[in-house]
Design a protein around this ligand. Structure first.
Ligand SMILES: [Fe+2]
Length: 306
């Protein structure tokens, strides 16, 4: 289905939802009319990413929350075009997927304004320093850069499942030290003492391969991965870089080119992501919400101690 046709349908549905003159009864009737359309998703690439055409009001009411959670895990990324949600509505949408993550420092009722996070230019999974990374992240475009600023996603389930079986089993025995220093040293090679001390507070040992409740497994790599436990640093570096190159091949990657009123949600437990460079003077600005995790990212020892 051509994308321009999808966008035209989004425009039509948005008009339906916001036109208060239509009246609630007529609005409800139209929602019913669009129920079948919601489930009619469009694959953005063969391995990752689906665009969903959706009635915004039905979305906020969580009419298809179960389908969204299933689709997130199966396709990694859900893109929705043409939804002009304010922060309360974005929070409500996030809450249909799971518990809204409140965050530690910079969030306002769970909302993080994202302008420039130096470490985010490199492939990563959010929250690998913690034993319970967020399940999903939602990003809404407030101001879009005219050039660059795309967000890329790589499917870490598909990349793992395409490896030879003996390698899958070997990798599943390995543990990785994740540190904020590893992630941020790319962007800030000479940190101040204060910044370095902050980095030191974010560190954790995690399995290289995440065993999910579903039985599926995904790779946990990226910029936060400092080194593999009990492996010579040269071999560790070589292995992590090889897995990164494997996972970020074009066939596993979806690049989202942002337009105004886009909302993108991704499964943080089965993907990696990064933002592409853009001109900071463009004013590019995103609002981010996250869904609390429900699956621990823990080694066998950590699980046993829990
Ligand atoms: Fe991130």
């Amino acid at each position: 289905m051509p994308i321009d046709t999808v966008e035209e349908r989004c425009e039509t549905m948005l008009t339906v939802s916001v036109d208060s003159m239509e009246g609630r009864a007529r609005d409800r009737a139209r929602r019913v009319q669009w129920r079948d359309v919601l489930l009619n998703t469009i694959d953005l690439t063969p391995a990752i990413g689906s665009e969903v055409v959706v009635d915004p009001q039905a979305l906020l009411e969580g009419a298809y929350a179960d389908e969204f959670r299933e689709l997130l895990i199966r396709r990694g990324v859900i893109a929705i075009r043409g939804v002009d949600f304010d922060d309360d509505q974005l929070r409500a949408l996030t809450a249909t997927i799971g518990e809204v993550r409140q965050g530690a420092l910079y969030e306002n009722k769970g909302m993080l304004e994202v302008v420039h996070i130096p470490g985010s230019y490199f492939w990563h999974v959010d929250g690998t320093y913690t034993e319970m990374p967020p399940f999903a992240t939602l990003l809404a475009a407030r101001v879009v850069a005219p050039e660059g600023g795309e967000t890329e996603f790589a499917n870490t389930y598909a990349a793992f499942e395409d490896l030879p079986l003996d390698e899958q089993e070997y990798l599943s025995t390995l543990e990785v030290v994740h540190t904020m220093k590893a992630a941020h040293n790319y962007a800030v090679p000479e940190p101040s003492v204060e910044r370095f001390q902050t980095w030191q507070g974010h560190r954790g040992v995690r399995p290289l391969v995440w065993r999910h409740k579903s039985g599926r497994r995904s790779l946990v790599i990226g910029a936060t991965a400092s080194h593999i436990v009990d492996m010579h640093f040269v071999d560790s570096h070589e292995l992590l870089q090889r897995l990164l190159a494997h996972t970020t091949q074009d066939k596993y990657v979806y690049k989202h080119r942002w337009k105004a009123r886009d909302v993108v949600i991704w499964d943080n437990t089965g993907t990696m992501h990064r933002v592409r460079p853009f001109d900071l003077s463009s004013g590019r600005r995103m609002h981010r919400f996250a869904v609390e995790g429900t699956e621990p990212l823990a080694t066998a020892l950590q699980l046993g101690a829990a």
